[in-house]
Ligand binder design. Structure first.
Ligand SMILES: *Cc1c(COP(=O)(O)O)cnc(C)c1O
Length: 419
């Protein structure tokens, strides 16, 4: 591969795609006799060998349970684990590493906020604003809790481009609005939401904002303090890290005031049958039980890898891939792109007249191209646009312009076959 991203107007350093690809063993795979073209990065990104090797290193060298041990292995494992907390803090621009809670993923991070903050703060008649663009994991936890506690969920509408309607957003606030739940980047359409402005509006009305950053962290620089997010969540496996680990950032004073969610080891100060059990300080109060130690350490390695490539370089490169892909597929007759926001990241969603998304997905896989078809865990959004399913190509640092062409050619062929 010879693609080399050139610097753009913002003087972003170029990204050496060939070198990036060299870090990903899986990209050498053949699928049905053709080179793999992996364009399902919004579902999960591939893993560089440095992250794969982190597992070998951990289990082969310093596997031990953390925090409680006094022996050398436990010390080393604890240092690596807590070192990752500091890596994540820097990566998100958080003020303190105790504001970083490790979870199993974005889904668990949001459920943590719903169950710990939500249960303690939401009452009948209160209102939670949830955007139309949300992933099911930022809808269903609020619905489950609303059923129990009797608060109201109001939906922030989107326009025909898939852009959040900020006027309508402002108008939704009342004195009962307690929380806004919105993603930073939509996994279904790629829309980048103005979360900083949204946070300001929420705070002006005395409400908090929870930002689902699962789809933002892999694609652009994130600064939780600049956004002034109260909570921010992301998953390791979408940012070149492993599955089974994610992060909840929360402002220290909020986390401190929240009751624990799950009980068990690691999260206590003292346990007694005679006196009140007392809890550990944050973040440990929210990390009951033995965490995914190897996964957390490997997530740190993944974020270091992103840092070495440069998130701004990745952002600029993916913008080129998205632009090229959008231009190529929009020439196809009867193809409609869903999500045409001026500010988009990483995702190209589309439907084709007379061709089922499922058929396209199955046939294009025969040509070595991996895309996603379906509702992308965003049924309320797709229904709003009158579709049950779309095809979605999504990009990562290792994709090339040549791969985009292979994908577009394959798509044309496949559509010709099914129509
Ligand atoms: C993937 C995704 C989630 C869920 O992440 P998990 O890793 O499955 O917990 C939530 N929100 C968005 C925007 C996503 O893309």
């Amino acid at each position: 591969m010879t693609d080399l991203a050139t610097s753009d107007a913002f003087e972003v350093p170029a990204l050496d795609v060939a070198a990036v690809r060299g870090d990903f063993p899986i990209l050498a795979r053949q699928i049905h006799g053709r080179p793999l073209v992996y364009l399902d990065n919004a579902a999960t990104s591939q893993t560089p060998r440095q992250v794969i090797e982190a597992f070998d290193d951990y289990y082969g060298r310093c596997n031990a349970n953390i925090h409680r041990g006094l022996h050398t292995l436990a010390d080393e494992a604890t240092a690596a684990f807590e070192g990752t907390r500091e890596t994540v803090r820097t990566f998100l621009g958080a003020a303190e590493s105790r504001e970083i809670v490790f979870t199993r993923g974005t889904t668990e991070a949001i459920n943590l906020v719903a169950n710990a903050w939500g249960r303690a703060n939401l009452e009948p008649g209160d209102e939670v604003l949830v955007s139309r663009l949300e992933h099911h994991s930022n809808i269903v936890p609020w619905q489950l809790l609303a059923r129990e506690l009797g608060f109201t969920i109001k939906v922030i509408p989107v326009d025909e481009r898939g852009v959040l309607d900020l006027e309508a957003y402002r108008a939704l606030f009342t004195e009962r609005t307690r929380l806004v739940a919105a993603n930073h980047v939509s996994n279904a359409f790629g829309t980048v939401n103005p979360v900083r402005e949204m946070a300001t509006v929420a705070h002006d009305h005395g409400a908090l904002i929870l930002v689902d950053g699962a789809q933002a962290v892999p694609h652009q620089a994130v600064d939780v303090r600049r956004i002034d997010a109260d909570f921010y969540a992301f998953s390791g496996h979408k940012v070149y890290g492993p599955t089974g680990v994610g992060v909840l950032y929360g402002k220290a004073e909020l986390l401190e005031a929240m009751p624990p969610w799950q009980g068990g080891g690691e999260m206590i100060a003292t346990v007694s049958f005679e006196h009140d059990t007392t809890f550990a300080a944050i973040p440990h109060k929210f990390e009951a039980g033995t965490p995914a130690i190897a996964e957390v350490i490997a997530l740190g390695v993944a974020l270091d890898w992103v840092g070495r490539i440069g998130i701004d370089a990745i952002s600029a490169w993916e913008a080129r891939l998205l632009e090229h892909a959008s231009r190529r597929v929009s020439r196809i007759e009867g193809l409609r792109i869903l999500g045409t926001a001026p500010d988009k990241a990483g995702v190209l969603s589309f439907v084709v007249d007379g061709a089922h998304a499922q058929d396209i997905g199955l046939l294009i896989d025969q040509l070595g191209v991996a895309i996603r078809t379906g509702h992308h865990c965003a049924q309320p959004l797709l229904h709003h646009f009158g579709v049950e399913a779309t095809c979605r190509a999504s990009f990562a640092a290792y994709n090339t312009l040549e791969e985009v062409d292979i994908f577009a050619d394959a798509l044309e062929r496949v559509i010709g076959m099914v129509r």
